[in-house]
Design a protein around this ligand. Sequence first.
Ligand code: HEM
Length: 205
Amino acid sequence: MASAANNRFPYAWAKVVTFILCLMPLGVIVWGLGVGDLGPDPGQAITEALGLATFQLLLITLLITPLRKVTGWAGWIRFRRMLGLYAFFYGVLHVLAFLQFILGWTDLWATFTKRPYIIAGAMAFVLMVPLALTSTKRMMKKLGRGWKPLHRLIYCSAVLAWVHFLWQARSDITEMVVYGVLLAGLLGLRAYWFGVSSLVPLKKV
Ligand code: HEM
């Protein structure tokens, strides 16, 4: 029954809609640039908006397994790769915007090791790279049983991204606390359903 419903689901259309929705944060930035509505420091606003989109997409990617578990619909999984790759895409744009608008392209090592919050962000980003590179079906096949433990690095990346988010806050940290509670909830649910070991990266369980 469930698999008949799965087969009838218009995945192709749903994926096109998801693809377009994921482009929305970029669309909002481009629109803001076009109408000159990005405030006194557009470069800073763009960097922040891209960082937030990266973090939000990471959280949405982490939401897929709970959605699957709660609704019992396995079809959610078919959207996970696109969401994860979009998170990476926004992460790349966020780093590029940071270099272009904030600290410049010279002496990159000094730039990335300059402040603790940037080190945390850079670590979160570096952990996203192997995940993006191994997200294809071919790499999944090639890595076999090693794929899942590798992809648990997403939990470390999300936690580091949150530390980075919290650390760069200037005064009001309400938004960061709300996102932190959401992230803790997602990780907590995982630990509750599948055990704490299901959060440990690079270890076959
Ligand atoms: C090399 C990696 C990274 C660098 C250099 C970097 C740099 C920055 C900078 C300069 C800001 C703005 C801080 C300010 O307002 O002064 C920022 C904000 C932010 N970054 Fe990153 N970041 C990096 C990676 C990441 C990653 C991987 C994520 C998410 C997964 C992320 C999420 C955020 C968020 C959510 C904000 C705050 C946006 C807001 O204020 O609304 N960053 N980052």
